[in-house]
Design a binder for this molecule. Structure first.
Ligand code: S3P
Length: 164
């Protein structure tokens, strides 16, 4: 069986919008969706109620339990180095890369809990995380339409599978 592709990237890089296209080529696991179905509430409510660390515990646990071909992660999965180590050990890590201003335009009106802290705080989070995302095996330009980004990732996976 081919190894999974873990899709990482900041909020707004379009990870979830790849799902409909990736689904045509394998099983897609969306970590945020898995967590929300477990905690039985949306992530914003959970952050308020239990805090970020409790969310990160769920995130690390859910990551280890995935069995999909494509794993869509939340932007903060890189916050714990054990998560990155896990992903690198078990599959290929793909970084969706997009400039901060583009991410911000896409997320500024959303309900994401960290976005509520305002643009300056989100920008410093973005800058701090950049070096973590850059530990990925592959970087993909996420400014292209989701269909094209997904096709590129599928092609990479097929090429990698051919090398198995
Ligand atoms: C987070 C990103 C969110 C979600 C949670 C925390 C982060 O996922 O997991 O709000 O820390 O960057 P998306 O990247 O899918 O928005």
């Amino acid at each position: 069986m081919s190894k999974p592709f873990y899709i990482i990237g900041f909020m707004g890089t379009g990870k979830s919008s790849l799902a409909p296209f990736l689904k045509q080529n394998g099983k897609v696991d969306d970590l945020d969706e898995i967590i929300e179905s477990r905690i039985k509430m949306d992530i914003a409510t959970y952050f308020k109620q239990s805090g970020e660390e409790a969310f990160r515990d769920h995130e690390s646990k859910a990551l280890k339990e995935t069995d999909g071909d494509f794993i869509l992660t939340g932007g903060g999965v890189v916050e714990r180095s054990v998560n990155m180590e896990w992903m690198q050990r078990h599959g290929t890590v793909v970084h969706l890369s997009l400039p901060f201003e583009d991410c911000w335009e896409r997320i500024k009106d959303s309900e994401r809990p960290l976005v509520r802290q305002g643009k300056a705080a989100v920008k410093s989070l973005y800058l701090r995380r950049l070096s973590l995302y850059e530990q990925a095996d592959v970087r993909v330009d996420a400014s292209r339409p989701p269909r094209e980004v997904a096709q590129y990732i599928i092609q990479l996976k097929e090429e990698e599978h051919g090398l198995d």
